[in-house]
Design a protein around this ligand. Structure first.
Ligand code: SF4
Length: 242
C-alpha cells in the first residue's frame, strides 16, 4: 500500500467511526475520536478511550495525559505526528468509566482495520484495557516495559507489542511517572528488534515463495510462473525513525 492509499483508507475508517452507532457509547459522545497520526508510521500507540477534552475536540490524547504522552515521546526524540495514536474505543465512556467488554468488542473492527492499514512494526499499549487486547491475561504491574509477539488475528502482521502504563496513571502516581520514562526509553531498541524480526520473516517467506515458484516451473508444462514474494507489501515505503 502506498502512503496515499493508507491515508485514504484511514480517512474512510474515520468517517465510519464518526457515524457509528454500534454500541451505547455513541449516545453520550460530542465527537467520536477515530485517531490520528502519520499514515506510514512504524509505531502505533493504543490507549483506552477518549476523555473529556478528546470528546470535545475529536482528537486523541489532547488533555493533560496527552501532554505527558508528548513529553514521553520527546524524551526519545520523537514527535507525536510521527506515530499514530488511537484508542480501543473511539467514543467517550460516561464519567470516564472503564470501557465495558461489549463496547470494546463492538469497536474492535475499527482498530483491526487501522492495524491492517498501518501495518505497524510496533504497537505500544497505554493502560490495561489496551494491553488486554494484545496480551490477554497479563497484569500491567508486571507486563509494563515488556514485549510480546502480536496475534495476527488483531489485524497486525509480524508485529510486536510493548506495554506501558496509561499516561493518566503516571500523572497520578510519581513512581509510575518514573517507570513510564524508563519504559519509553526502551522503545527505540524494541522497534529495531521488531523491524529486524519482521524483515527476517519477510525474507524467509520471499525465499520460500521463490523456491516454490522454481519447483512449479520445473514441473509445469506451461513454463515459469511469476512468484508474488510477499502478499503483505514491501516495508520500504514506511516512515522510519532511524
Ligand atoms: Fe461505534 Fe466504537 Fe463509538 Fe461504540 S465506541 S459507537 S463501536 S465508534
Amino acid at each position: 500500500m502506498t502512503e496515499a492509499e493508507r491515508r485514504t483508507a484511514l480517512e474512510a475508517i474515520a468517517s465510519e467511526v464518526r457515524a457509528c452507532t454500534a454500541c451505547r457509547l455513541h449516545v453520550g459522545r460530542t465527537q467520536a475520536v477515530p485517531g490520528e497520526g502519520h499514515p506510514s508510521t512504524e509505531v502505533m500507540f493504543v490507549g483506552e478511550g477518549p476523555g473529556y477534552n478528546e470528546d470535545r475536540q475529536g482528537r486523541p490524547f489532547v488533555g493533560a495525559a496527552g501532554s505527558f504522552l508528548t513529553e514521553l515521546l520527546g524524551s526519545v526524540g520523537w514527535k507525536r505526528d510521527e506515530v499514530f495514536i488511537t484508542n480501543v474505543v473511539k467514543c467517550r465512556p460516561p464519567d470516564n468509566r472503564d470501557p465495558e467488554p461489549d463496547e470494546i468488542a463492538a469497536c474492535a473492527p475499527f482498530l483491526r482495520r487501522q492495524l491492517e492499514t498501518l501495518d505497524p512494526a510496533l504497537i505500544v499499549t497505554l493502560g490495561r484495557h489496551s494491553m488486554g487486547r494484545f496480551m490477554p491475561g497479563a497484569r500491567i504491574s508486571q507486563a509494563h516495559g515488556t514485549t510480546a509477539p502480536v496475534d495476527p488475528a488483531t489485524g497486525a502482521h509480524d508485529s510486536t507489542v510493548f506495554a506501558m502504563y496509561h499516561p493518566a496513571a503516571a500523572l497520578r502516581t510519581p513512581s509510575i511517572e518514573r517507570e513510564s520514562y524508563e519504559d519509553v526509553a526502551r522503545i527505540p531498541t524494541v522497534l529495531i528488534e521488531s523491524r529486524d524480526r519482521r524483515n527476517g520473516n519477510r525474507l524467509a517467506r520471499r525465499e520460500a515463495s521463490l523456491a516454490a515458484a522454481a519447483a512449479t516451473a520445473a514441473t509445469s508444462p506451461i513454463g515459469p510462473v511469476a512468484a508474488r514474494p510477499d502478499a503483505h507489501g514491501d516495508p520500504d515505503d514506511q516512515l522510519t525513525f532511524f
